[in-house]
Write a protein that binds this ligand. Structure first.
Ligand SMILES: Nc1ncnc2c1ncn2[C@@H]1O[C@H](COP(=O)(O)OP(=O)(O)OP(=O)(O)O)[C@@H](O)[C@H]1O
Ligand SMILES: [Mg+2]
Length: 313
């Protein structure tokens, strides 16, 4: 079953004080997300990510279009009970403790009183805040606050979770923790839809991603497909600091790090390189087809979008 179906969702804001003028933030968007996927919604600042998430959560009215969650209308209360949301830069009352905040959200989201205590304990463990559950949120770091935010989003055990920039402002350890949490949600069979502009996180986590720019969908697909192999190129890494002359003669692109050498060669030179390494008794570490990174794909898509926009003006 499809977890999320976005059916031509569109938003135009009215801006200006005296003379209101329309400002399109999201052009008609059509998108489908399968159940159990981790789906990354990528785009630069101002692309329309938060607008899309707010529309999906019913926090702003669409100019047109609709959506379906888990096969039902997005406005269906039973479906709303199955969704969790972490807003961008969430604000929580400073003087509540993590436990009090979750208790409050548990009541709001209708977790039955009998199960609430146990569920809160479980969530505090899951988001790694069990030991600090009695500390007021004003003493929490950004990473801890983000984990409280994730805790409130998943407290009522929703099937669908929406996170707006869950890793922004976090250090690498904090990002890793959030990534692990999201992975865990996937293992539990949940569908995760999150926005980000941290491409390495998307690359590490997502089954599929969509790229939006200026409110328009610019790319969509599985990470493996978007970061497709660069035809006919392979990367060879070996231990050592030497570059055998026969490899040098191939004119390969070469990078020497502390104790490894990395070259990028044409596929048809691969046997010659391996023979040379064997002759020189150098230890081969890896031989892999070269892939474009998600970052390269992203930048190229946006650059293309800019040039087509410029030529159509
Ligand atoms: N309430 C609003 N009124 C008018 N314009 C708005 C409003 N909210 C957003 N916008 C505009 O809509 C566009 C999309 O904004 P949005 O916040 O959805 O982008 P975003 O992709 O989430 O960006 P960021 O990465 O900076 O969070 C921007 O040009 C923004 O200025
Ligand atoms: Mg945003």
């Amino acid at each position: 079953m499809l977890a999320i179906e976005i059916l031509g969702l569109e938003k135009t804001y009215k801006v200006g004080f005296w003379r209101k003028r329309p400002k399109p933030a999201l052009r008609p968007l059509h998108l489908q997300v399968e159940e159990g996927e981790i789906f990354g919604f990528l785009g630069p600042n101002g692309a329309g990510k938060t607008t899309t998430l707010k529309l999906l959560m019913g926090l702003v009215f669409p100019s047109a279009g609709s959506a379906r969650f888990l096969g039902k209308a997005w406005t269906d209360p039973t479906v709303k009970a199955q969704t969790g949301f972490l807003p961008e830069q969430p604000y929580f009352y400073d003087y509540l403790t993590a436990h009090e905040l979750l208790e409050y959200y548990g009541q709001l989201s209708g977790v039955p009183a009998k199960q609430r205590k146990q569920r809160i304990e479980q969530i505090l463990q899951q988001v790694g805040l069990h030991d600090v559950q009695g500390v007021q949120l004003r003493k929490f770091s950004k990473g801890m606050l983000q984990r409280v935010g994730i805790g409130q989003a998943i407290l009522h055990d929703p099937k669908l979770v929406f996170f707006d920039e869950p890793m922004s402002g976090l250090d690498p350890i904090g990002r890793r923790e959030v990534r692990d949490l999201m992975d865990q949600l996937k293992q539990e069979g949940k569908t995760v839809f999150f926005s980000t502009h941290i491409l390495s996180d998307a690359e590490a986590l997502c089954d599929r991603v969509a790229i939006i720019h200026k409110g328009e969908l610019r790319g969509l697909g599985a990470i493996e497909d978007l970061t497709s192999t660069v035809r006919g190129k392979v990367e060879v890494i070996w231990q050592g600091t030497q570059m055998p002359p026969s490899i040098k003669a191939l004119g390969a692109e070469c990078h020497v790090a502390a104790d490894t050498v990395r070259v990028i060669i044409d596929e048809n030179q691969q046997d010659a390189v391996i023979d040379a390494l064997r002759r020189e008794r150098l230890r081969l570490i890896s031989l892999t087809p070269v892939r474009t990174s998600l970052e390269t794909y992203f930048v190229e898509k946006l650059r293309h979008a800019e040039t087509t926009a410029a030529t159509t003006v």
